[in-house]
Ligand binder design. Structure first.
Ligand code: SF4
Ligand code: SF4
Length: 446
């Protein structure tokens, strides 16, 4: 098969980044690279989705990596996992030998799965500020994405199911596979039901994810975990603060201790991110505020500064998010000459400043929820699904079905206009279309 045919299969199957970002995978594989990195270094607390995917679909992951290697001409392939999953080394051993792939075992720190961190740790190269792994000859993909590549190329199987960890304030912490588009409520039932009467969901991880109060929302292709916490949990309280509140408190209480900067994972890699300087902008206006905001430009929103570093429990991460918005609106960034000067060497004390996962569990009140979410088969048959049309980066898919149409699982229901960045979306169950809008298509099971 020629490369373009393989890329078309990956695109037509709707394979997008399954680790959160949702970048269309075919696009990443169009270039020649030196190194393919399988990202199984899941670092958000409580999640086991990547570990369990690697265990359930080991051979498919290796075959997917081989397809990626052949497409891109990469000389090296590395599977990255964390030390807590070091037992996988034995599980992978014969396949690692057969395929001549490498295994990289990284410390149990947060954010180990950040591709800037992984690329540096594995290759010694740093992605340019604001850049992508391709610029240093790497492609990084989540392990579930790689499994989906194998299924797309070998079986023309579209992405209609999702591995997900369901944990937190639920009876049983589990990892399972569900049809794309099932509701959070469906998933909670699979996990034995809620253990709180005031539940709040976090879908993008405890550190980086936002809050959702609506449990009828659908599971998308990019979600790795559905974590339920009680409304009065410390993390929910912290993440619920309004902009007005975190700005007012930050304005009055930041003592410029700079711990937020000293522990910032991107700062200690040498990137020009200094949240304590961004905090100063709360006292500024005009050009001074704009110049100070530049120190937020390359923030990856990992939340270490707000949830771990700041002794005053202030929110430099959200101040950085607001500052990045200001930079975007004003079209501001460091000049190339400035960037040359402020992109420094890796901090000499970096090793001692990475945040151990155990610290996250203790500091964020997660110890009561620390359970291994083993994989179980659930074979969910939902009465209804809502398939998102905009899970991927790029343009949303356009609906190609109408209310009343009968469709089969795997049928394309939303497609891309010619040449647009993005992927088609598919029905995850047999049934009838019951609603169509620009965001999602609902299917009632037949
Ligand atoms: S959220 Fe905070 S710690 Fe993380 S990259 Fe941004 S400034 Fe640094
Ligand atoms: S750690 Fe907190 S108090 Fe210290 S400089 Fe950063 S935001 Fe201010």
């Amino acid at each position: 098969m020629v490369n373009q045919d393989i890329l078309n299969k990956i695109r037509n199957a709707g394979v997008i980044g399954a680790g959160g970002a949702g970048f269309p995978t075919y696009k990443k594989l169009e270039s020649r690279v030196d190194h393919i990195i399988a990202n199984g270094a899941e670092c958000e607390p409580l999640l086991y989705k990547d570990r369990e995917t690697m265990l359930q679909e080991t051979e498919a992951m290796f075959r997917g990596l081989k397809i990626m290697q052949e497409l891109t001409g990469a000389a090296k392939v590395t599977i990255a996992i964390k030390r807590k999953n070091a037992d996988l080394e034995n599980h992978f051993k014969s396949l690692l030998d057969q395929y001549k792939f490498n295994l990289f075992i990284y410390n149990d720190v947060y954010p180990a799965g950040d591709e800037y961190v992984l690329v540096y740790e594995i290759t010694g190269k740093r992605i340019p500020p604001g850049g992508i792994p391709l610029q240093v000859g790497c492609v990084v993909d989540n392990v579930e994405t790689i499994v989906n590549i194998a299924h797309a190329v070998e079986k023309d199987k579209p992405v209609t199911e999702k591995y997900i960890t369901i944990t937190g304030a639920v009876k049983n912490a589990i990892t399972t596979k569900v049809p794309v588009g099932v509701s959070f409520n469906n998933c909670i039932t699979l996990a034995g039901g809620l253990t709180t009467d005031k539940p709040v969901a976090l879908t993008g991880g405890l550190m980086m994810g936002g809050l959702e109060h609506d449990l009828s929302l659908p599971i998308s292709k990019t979600m790795g975990g559905l974590i339920i916490l009680p409304e009065d949990h410390y993390l929910v309280q912290r993440k619920s603060q309004s902009r007005q509140t975190y700005t007012r408190i930050g304005h009055g209480q930041c003592d410029q201790c700079s711990l937020c900067t000293e522990l910032c994972p991107r700062y200690i890699l040498g990137y020009p991110i200094e949240p304590h300087k961004v905090m100063r902008t709360l006292l500024m206006t005009g050009e001074a505020k704009e110049r100070g905001s530049l120190w937020a430009q390359y923030c990856c929103e990992c939340n270490v500064c707000s949830l771990i570093a700041c002794p005053e429990s202030l929110d430099p991460k959200n101040i950085c998010v607001d500052s990045k918005q200001l930079l975007k609106e004003k079209g501001l960034s460091f000049t190339e000459a400035e960037l040359d000067r402020v992109f420094r060497d890796v901090h000499p004390a970096r090793d001692g400043r990475e945040v151990p996962i155990t610290t996250l569990y203790q500091r964020l009140g997660l110890t009561p929820y620390d359970r291994h979410a083993h994989y179980i088969e659930t074979n969910l048959n939902p009465k209804e699904v809502a398939i998102p049309l905009n899970s991927h980066i790029g343009q949303p898919a356009q609906p190609i079905v109408k209310v009343g149409d009968t469709i089969r699982k795997d049928d394309v229901i939303g497609n891309m206009e010619n040449g647009a960045l993005g992927c088609p979306v598919h029905a995850s169950i047999d049934g009838k279309i019951i609603s169509v809008n620009n965001d999602e298509i609902k299917i009632s099971a037949s």
